[in-house]
Ligand binder design. Structure first.
Ligand SMILES: C[S@@+](CC[C@H](N)C(=O)[O-])C[C@H]1O[C@@H](n2cnc3c(N)ncnc32)[C@H](O)[C@@H]1O
Length: 336
């Protein structure tokens, strides 16, 4: 609950900074209602209760944030607020190409080199990597941490009767390593790897986990992961798929299936899709890409992911919502 209060306050400060920088919220059409503030707050509190239950049952570790200490945390928040005028300027001009014009993009796919969310430097600068987590937590009122940790529940089920020292887990598009840190805290001896296309984000991840047992960091594309077939027991991927073009989503799904051992576990977390929740939640999905540069989000919200994963050989085990996210648990067919 401290997180909720803290990041709600940060959200108010960020909104004020955005208004001062000239941001004018687009009014919502009447035919696209969203849940009211009380409903949203109740939903976040319910998510935090479920997260606390993971800690009580030993599935997730207690505490853990902010890993760099309070001074570092305040520095990041300050830098986030200072960066808002430049993101608003980019948003107002609908300009998304700074990453491709000012930073080295050689060898990177075009879809990746845009300023997702209008963030300064896209995924390609150290400053963007430093600000990403406080930006995301501010946007989601401190709930991103708990939404990600929902993935620990199916991992705990899978781990029953297994020795963690023999288990390999790969987090595809691990970003700044926030989820891998939670996996490492829950499983100190598991063999962990994190892959991402962004060198600055991987460096931030390395820093974030530097006081914990080592992780193999791989700078690479999720479309062609430099690891052997059937080498992983568990693959996770969190908040990647909504940033991929539709055909690339299918390539990455096939790649995940290739990497998993038969019977291996895939845990996916990403935004809700249309129709996942009744009661106006689709209204948020409509509004999101208007405020943040998310070129593939609209298609993502209607994409038949169930079919894409099944076609790749990843059969359905369970799906459930976690506030604005959904968790999908799949297993690779035994005879694949
Ligand atoms: C929205 S962030 C999510 C990061 C992290 N999983 C999290 O939970 O915060 C998307 C991440 O996907 C990475 N990414 C995007 N396209 C990729 C690709 N084709 N291969 C590998 N990483 C990619 C970006 O660099 C970024 O770190």
């Amino acid at each position: 609950m401290v997180r909720l209060g803290w990041y709600t306050a940060m959200g108010l400060l960020a909104d004020r900074a955005a208004r001062q920088a000239g941001y004018r919220p687009v009014s919502r059409p009447a035919d696209r209602p969203v849940p009211d503030r009380d409903t949203v707050m109740a939903d976040i509190i319910d998510l935090f209760r479920r997260d606390a239950e993971l800690v009580r049952s030993g599935v997730a570790a207690l505490g853990g944030e902010p890993a760099g200490g309070l001074r570092d945390h305040f520095g990041r928040l300050r830098a986030m607020l200072d960066d808002i005028p430049s993101t608003i300027e980019r948003q107002t001009a609908r300009r998304v190409d700074t990453a491709s014009t000012s930073l080295d993009t050689s060898g990177l796919p075009n879809y990746f080199t845009q300023d997702f969310h209008f963030q300064t430097g896209g995924y390609l600068s150290d400053q963007s990597a430093r600000l990403y987590d406080v930006q995301v937590e501010t946007l989601f009122r401190g709930s991103a941490f708990a939404m990600r940790r929902q993935a620990l529940a199916p991992i705990a089920d899978f781990m029953r009767g297994r020795d963690q020292r023999d288990v390999r887990l790969l987090d595809v598009a691990c970003g700044t390593g926030r989820f891998l840190r939670e996996v490492r805290r829950a499983y100190p001896a598991m063999q962990l790897a994190g892959l991402d296309l962004s060198r600055p984000y991987l460096s931030e991840a390395e820093l974030h986990l530097s006081n914990l047992r080592g992780v193999q960091w791989i700078e690479g594309n999720a479309e062609a992961v430099p690891l052997a077939d059937a080498s992983q027991d568990i693959v996770t991927s969190i908040y990647l798929f909504h940033e991929l073009p539709p055909d690339v989503r299918r390539t990455v799904a096939a790649e995940i299936a290739r990497l998993l051992k038969p019977g291996g576990l895939f845990v996916f977390i990403d935004s809700l899709q249309r129709g996942d929740r009744s009661g106006g939640w689709d209204g948020f999905l409509d509004g999101f890409p208007e405020r943040f540069h998310e070129p593939y989000f609209r298609h993502y919200t209607i994409d038949d992911l169930d079919n894409a994963f099944t076609a790749a050989g990843l059969h359905a085990v369970a799906t459930w919502p976690a506030f604005l996210s959904k968790v999908m648990v799949r297993r690779k067919q035994m005879n694949a």
